[in-house]
Design a protein around this ligand. Structure first.
Ligand SMILES: *Cc1c(COP(=O)(O)O)cnc(C)c1O
Length: 223
């Protein structure tokens, strides 16, 4: 059997360096249940997946106190499979998708926590609202009529680059957007408090710019 004990060490090492109030999400996409159990047994409870099908299987096979985060591009026709148990959907990138999540939430009588994904990176391949699109969507107001979703904050991915200045400037932009949106649309809503930013290569920078949830995959699961 493969020795997975390095995974527990990584969880402990990373967790020990995090400031209070920052949640580590272990991104377990592509990794088998045995690897996830190694992290679980080290105390890890928040896990992230990017494919609905994989998530459904892992949710069935693994302990029920795991908090599952959906971080990938979400297709409307897959929402119903994860709606009953998903802890937080990080990747809302259109009002239409938010409405679809709301519809599935209504069917099962659940209010589903969501983040708005902000496109901030230079790469065209990444999904999300531009800051202007996000502001326009919130100003338009339809989201306020959706009773089965709750917007908890923002998510972003920085550019895939070695230029630390560039990465810092992108995280800073999203931090400022978060503050602006909080002030304008959620001033009295304590649940609007999540800034999901930072991955294996850039999470220390993200934390400097207010990240509350870091999504770390390869630094935990790749030996
Ligand atoms: C895969 C993935 C991560 C984790 O990336 P690592 O570089 O392996 O830490 C974080 N966020 C999203 C949206 C991802 O798809």
């Amino acid at each position: 059997m493969k020795d997975n004990s390095y995974i527990a060490d990584r969880i402990k090492t990373i967790s020990a360096t995090l400031p209070k109030g920052v949640t580590l999400i272990a991104v377990s996409k592509y990794h088998p249940t045995e690897a996830i159990m190694e992290a679980y047994n080290a105390g890890q409870r928040d896990f992230g997946e990017s494919k609905a099908q994989d998530l459904v299987i892992k949710h069935q096979e693994l302990p029920s106190d795991i908090q599952w985060h959906f971080i990938g591009h979400l297709q409307s026709n897959k929402i119903k499979y994860i709606a009953p148990f998903i802890h937080l959907i990080h990747s809302i990138d259109s009002l239409r998708l938010l409405q679809e999540v709301n519809k599935q939430g209504a069917k099962i009588g659940r209010c589903i926590p969501c983040l708005l994904q902000i496109h901030i990176a230079q790469e065209e391949t990444k999904f999300g609202f531009t800051p202007a699109e996000c502001m326009a969507m919130l100003e338009e107001g339809t989201w306020q009529t959706l009773e089965h979703i709750e917007i908890r904050g923002l998510m972003c991915m920085a550019s895939n680059t070695d230029d630390r200045q560039q990465i810092a400037s992108e995280f800073s932009t999203v931090q400022n957007l978060f503050k602006e949106i909080k002030e304008l649309h959620f001033p009295n809503d304590d649940n609007f408090a999540v800034l999901s930013a930072g991955m294996s290569d850039d999470y220390p920078i993200a934390i400097e710019y207010g990240s509350t949830h870091i999504r770390v995959g390869s630094s935990i699961f790749i030996e």
